[in-house]
Write a protein that binds this ligand. Structure first.
Ligand code: COA
Length: 161
């Protein structure tokens, strides 16, 4: 039976932490969809189209990864697309409370058996977020090694505009 997993987030931009999780999750499931969602609570630097292009470029070598966009409830999208698994990353204990709340609420909303699976973020990326990377980069700091080289180029092009 083909197992389909969803890894959702705002990816503004995708980082090496996200990519690490995508790579590992792609080895666990037959199909992995990276689902871009616009989080209304956050002011995005990149458009959805730019995010799609960035994610496509950094996942081009992983054949079972696809990039999609969705809006509204994550659970509705999972129900509609019939995912078996939702992947979430845990960076530190502070993520746990928010994650368990979301996982349990989502579990109520899924219309069939869907597991939320947590992968531990690799320690070298456990302190990063898209926001901290943007902040450091916009203030001239070095974020190489924390985002793929092509994402650095996208970021440089964006701030030069
Ligand atoms: N490596 C590096 N950074 C990571 C990471 C990792 N492994 N995992 C998470 N992060 C970062 C993200 O970049 C993000 O940074 P930011 O806050 O600077 O943007 C931060 O940690 C938080 O990540 P996450 O919790 O995944 O936030 P998100 O905005 O990317 O995604 C959604 C959250 C979209 C999955 C969630 O809001 C959602 O499901 N929304 C849909 C609406 C819904 O269904 N609501 C009801 C939920 S019960």
């Amino acid at each position: 039976m083909i197992k389909k997993a969803l890894y959702a987030g705002s990816f503004d931009p995708i980082t090496n932490g996200h990519l690490d999780l995508i790579t590992r999750a792609s080895e666990l499931y037959d199909e992995l969809v990276v689902g871009i969602i616009t989080n209304p609570a956050k002011k995005a630097l990149f458009s959805v189209e730019e995010k799609k292009e960035m994610i496509r470029q950094v996942t081009t070598d992983i054949p079972n990864v696809a990039v999609e966009e969705f809006d509204g409830l994550l659970a509705s999208y999972v129900n509609k697309r019939e995912f078996d698994v939702v992947i979430r990353g845990l960076r530190a204990t502070v993520d746990f409370e928010y994650e368990i709340q979301m996982a349990q609420m989502n579990a109520r909303l899924f219309n069939r058996k869907v597991e939320t699976i947590f992968l531990m973020t690799s320690p070298e990326y456990s302190f990063i977020s898209s926001s901290i990377i943007k902040e450091v980069f916009l203030l001239g700091g070095d974020v190489s090694g924390l985002v793929p080289p092509c994402i650095l180029k996208f970021m440089a092009a964006k701030i030069s505009k």
